[in-house]
Design a protein around this ligand. Structure first.
Ligand SMILES: [Zn+2]
Length: 325
């Protein structure tokens, strides 16, 4: 088994108008791919770097032009997306685990593949290692999503090459990976949600040492996804005991749902449900149950009290639907 540390750079519509074809929309067009292959001991054994000739947006968006040390002239010398991705997948080989900084790269690579009519070759569920998440867990710094550059600074790694070139970022990400608790790479998987479960039997449940992630199938209505039966189950993800409820599920600012529980054996557990929408306009829920401490529960309770105050102040009839399980 090898690790593939992947980084992509993408452009977006310079005019703001998103191009669609019969397969779907392409808000972000990948223009560069960089990847580093590491063996099981996180030793770098190979690398892959290509620019991709744009086919959809032929001008760089202002913000992209400002950020990336690359111009359209360089990009037009690249090969087409399908050819590059086919080479890339061949280079990856079988039996690999993808590692990325954050969750965007795997989503964008699949969205670009679909736009170009390619089959998605990845397994379902598609598990990967989000090194940003593992870095945050190993090096809490107050920031929930530290940038790669922050991580490189915090670890005191040398900054020899510029950021925002895909191969450089992939290389930096691999160096950061080498400094993290490798045991976590065997358990702390993230789940990609470009493809979501189509039916109940495909719903996804991943348990790590301190969290449980549950992903439902898609629903037509946001509220149905949030209150899906599967999310109600009040059992500890580590021992299966019935949880005692500390803070009842409540909706926070119309977006996330929060709750808090205790397990007699495992202590405090924070619950969070986020509802997201797929490209196909289906709503699915991601529930995360996570071990926490007394302060964690107090924070959730404070949030609940604030939310109650906020909704009380709203004129009648405009109160958010409070989520009750
Ligand atoms: Zn328990």
């Amino acid at each position: 088994m090898n690790y593939i540390v992947l980084d992509l750079e993408w452009n977006q519509s310079p005019t703001g108008r998103v191009i669609k074809n019969k397969y779907g929309a392409l808000p972000f067009e990948i223009i560069e791919i960089g990847a580093v292959k590491m063996d099981e001991d996180c030793k770098i054994i190979s690398s892959f770097s290509r620019v991709i000739k744009p086919a959809v947006y032929l001008k760089l968006h202002k913000a992209v032009a400002r950020l990336l040390p690359i111009n359209m002239r360089d990009l037009l010398k690249g090969r087409g997306f399908i050819e590059v991705i086919t080479d890339f997948l061949k280079w990856c080989g079988d039996d690999v685990i993808f590692c990325t900084w954050g969750e965007a790269d795997l989503l964008q690579i699949q969205r670009n593949m679909r736009f170009h009519g390619m089959d998605i070759p990845f397994p379902f569920p598609f598990l990967y290692i989000d090194l940003q998440k593992i870095f945050s867990a190993c090096h809490p710094c107050g920031k929930k999503n530290p940038s790669l550059s922050n991580a490189v600074d915090m670890l005191g790694l040398p900054k020899g090459s510029s950021f925002h070139r895909a191969i450089n970022d992939a290389h930096y990400t691999a160096l950061v990976a080498q400094h993290l608790d490798r045991e976590r790479f065997k358990t702390d998987f993230s789940v990609d949600t470009f493809r979501i479960p189509e039916k109940e039997s495909q719903e996804i449940r991943i348990v790590t040492r301190d969290t449980e992630t549950y992903i439902t199938r898609g629903y037509k209505r946001r509220e149905t996804a949030a209150s899906a039966y599967a999310l109600r189950e009040g059992k500890c993800f580590l021992c299966g005991c019935t949880l005692k409820r500390r803070v009842r599920w409540f909706c926070d600012n119309g977006k996330n749902y929060n709750a808090a529980f205790t397990c007699l054996k495992h202590g405090y557990i924070a619950g969070k449900i986020r509802v997201r929408k797929t490209d196909k306009a289906l709503y699915y829920a991601i529930r995360i149950m996570e071990l926490t401490d007394k302060e964690g529960v107090d924070e959730i309770r404070e949030k609940m009290v604030k939310e109650k105050e906020r909704t009380k102040m709203k004129p009648e009839g405009k109160t958010d639907e409070v989520f009750r399980l």
